[in-house]
Write a protein that binds this ligand. Structure first.
Ligand code: BTN
Length: 253
């Protein structure tokens, strides 16, 4: 099934719906490797049998309840060191969607989980292909919990749980995801790195608060300062600035 999303200019102009699949990131990656698909192509589904999460985790979502989508980008203007900007703009786009569609304030848990009221509402998985010093292709996978009424994992929520309202996943939520992702992607392409970082820092969960974390099997208290030029989390720990990569630190509370 194919749908045309009207609001964005180029994201989603080609869209493929599969009633179910292993993972939208995997399916879209196969498609773009097999044929010359346009930048902005979207693949979405009602159900993933093997949804992929960050750090090798899975992503479980009730059939027909949520947005499970992947977007194909060709960000050849980014260097591998700037790859994390794709994570930042995807998170920023989802925060915009939640505000627009559900009138709720969302924040970003580093690097790009989207949280409402300290509960995770969206997971994002960006997978890139590098060629030399360029990112030739990227698949941005977004799992946004929309109408699901309960979760088997702690600290998860949905638009429905937050507002008591049901949403049209395709013509409301996805359409706005594409619209705002396009907005932020264009901003990135125009080189607005400082503005993007600034917006990201404003929305960064726990920034400036003394919180508990663990790293290398040790618990400690620290204050998130922001992210550095390569996307690492910068934290003030007992007066010293420490930097963490994605798998190196856990947020405790
Ligand atoms: C996370 O661990 O928080 C990231 C989860 C990303 C899930 C989305 S759902 C659509 C896309 N396809 C996948 O297999 N994963 C991403």
């Amino acid at each position: 099934m194919h749908k045309i999303f009207a609001k964005p200019l180029f994201l989603g102009k080609k869209a493929v719906f599969l009633p179910q699949c292993h993972s939208t990131n995997e399916e879209l990656s196969h498609l773009v490797h097999a044929s010359n698909e346009p930048e902005g192509m979207v693949l979405y589904t009602d159900y993933q049998q093997r949804g992929k999460g960050q750090r090798g985790n899975g992503w479980v979502s009730e059939r027909g309840k949520n947005v499970l989508m992947s977007v194909f980008l060709k960000p050849t203007f980014l260097s591998p060191q700037q790859q994390f900007f794709l994570n930042l703009i995807s998170g920023l786009a989802v925060v915009d969607v939640i505000k627009r569609v559900a009138k709720k304030e969302a924040v970003l848990k580093w690097p790009n989980d989207v949280y409402v009221n300290e509960q995770k509402i969206t997971g994002i998985l960006v997978e890139s292909n590098l060629l030399g010093n360029k990112i030739v292709q990227a698949i941005v996978g977004i799992g946004l919990n929309v109408n699901q009424a309960g979760f088997n994992v702690p600290n998860a929520t949905s638009l429905f749980l937050e507002t008591g309202e049901k949403y049209d996943r395709e013509s409301v939520v996805m359409e706005y995801v594409l619209l705002y992702l396009e907005k932020w992607y264009k901003s990135l392409k125009s080189g607005n790195y400082a503005a993007i970082l600034n917006e990201y820092h404003k929305l960064l969960m726990w920034r400036g608060e003394l919180r508990s974390f663990s790293a290398e099997g040790r618990e400690f208290q620290g204050e998130i300062v922001g992210i550095d030029a390569s996307g690492r989390l910068a934290m003030n720990v007992s007066g010293h600035l420490k930097y963490f990569n994605i798998k190196e630190v856990k947020f405790l509370g």
